[in-house]
Design a protein around this ligand. Structure first.
Ligand code: NAP
Ligand code: GLV
Length: 313
């Protein structure tokens, strides 16, 4: 079994070591520019086009993340880049769901308990008790009820908050009010106090966090975007903050990453910024998941997590 590996900014030696330990018979190498030698599997994160183009013998491409927007972008820009022979398989959870639940819970509880406002008061040395937010109307709306969104929604519901979820096809999740499809989008948004985005970035979801969406939320709503920067119309968020329609936002992902030093988001105290860390790819869990699926594919068995390229996720 020949495996190609590519993950920029990662400790490639450690990944190769862990794959070699799990698959002692395999021949695994880090892809370098100009390497066109045959491979059965590619294990990648944001690969360059030349790594995949023309690799007709490839059986599967394992994406070392949940989101496949970057790799599908290669195919959209130059159709035929992804070898027809290869299934595209994404990470399913792999330790990301619990990280995402921690991150989003922290943001939601910070707004619910007004910790961000107490931080401002502390800076002013002011001892002042703020009116608590009524829990019964502090409705959290989670966009996307997949592997991550469903876990996040259930975690938030465990705090006793009213939680809604939105997906493409109808879903049923205990304790969550679910909505599906374009026809139910406005009903989902109506009066939501915290909007959490966990949609995949596809042509259908591009720019979904926009002025119209914000206008349907409760006045003084909060936004938590942990999916992709391309979901957010940035100027619409700044305008909604200026008008008070949105009170604050927690953003982990941006249209341009790293976020440029002169970007206005850095100067907006109501925006909390993290550098795309809400759910990191964990080596141990990811290697175990990918290896399990490689072995299944070699045996001719079906695996989960295969991306529907047409649908875009
Ligand atoms: P997933 O399991 O594929 O779930 C996607 C969910 O979005 C599904 O519920 C799907 O609906 C729904 N959806 C897709 N297109 C839709 C549309 N047009 N309208 C309404 N609903 C739509 O994905 P996941 O594993 O939960 O990951 C979600 C995203 O999180 C990834 O794509 C990635 O961009 C992001 N992410 C970010 C980080 C980070 O560190 N910031 C880490 C990991 C992942 P159906 O249920 O009907 O299919
Ligand atoms: C990270 O952003 C991922 O999609 O896994």
């Amino acid at each position: 079994m020949k495996i190609l590996f590519y993950m920029p900014h990662a400790d490639a030696a450690a990944w190769l070591h862990d794959f070699a330990r799990a698959l002692p018979e395999a021949d695994i190498r880090e892809w370098q520019a100009g390497d066109t030698a045959p491979a059965d599997f590619a294990v990648v994160w944001r690969p360059p086009r030349e790594m995949l183009a023309g690799r007709d013998g490839l059986r599967a491409i394992f994406n070392l993340g949940a989101g496949v927007d970057a790799i599908l972008g290669l195919e959209r820009d130059v159709p035929g880049t992804l070898p027809r022979s290869a299934a595209l398989i994404r990470l399913e959870d792999g330790g990301m769901a619990s990280q995402m639940a921690e991150y989003v819970s922290h943001a939601v509880l910070r707004y619910l308990r007004r910790f961000d406002e107490y931080q401002t008061l502390q800076a002013e040395r002011r001892w002042h008790v703020l009116e608590p937010h009524p829990r019964s109307t502090f409705t959290v709306g989670v966009l996307g009820l997949g592997v991550l969104g469903a876990h996040v929604a259930q975690t938030l519901a465990s705090f006793g908050l009213p939680v809604r979820g939105y997906s493409r096809s109808a879903r049923q999740i205990d304790g969550i009010a679910t909505f599906a499809g374009d026809a139910q989008f406005d009903a989902f948004l109506d009066g939501v106090k915290v909007l959490v985005n966990l949609l995949p970035h596809t042509p259908d979801t591009e720019g979904v966090l926009n002025a119209r969406t914000f206008s349907k939320l409760a006045r003084g709503a909060y936004l938590v975007n942990v999916a992709r920067g391309g979901h957010l119309v940035e100027q619409d968020l700044l305008d909604a903050l200026a008008s008070g329609q949105v009170a604050a936002a927690t953003l982990d992902v941006f249209r341009e990453e790293p976020l440029p030093p002169d970007h206005p988001f850095w100067r907006e105290p109501r925006i909390a910024i993290t550098p795309h860390v809400s759910a990191l790819t964990l080596r141990e869990e990811s290697v175990a998941q990918v290896v399990r699926k490689m072995v299944a594919l070699m045996r001719g068995e079906a695996v989960s997590g295969v991306v529907d390229v047409e649908r875009g996720y």
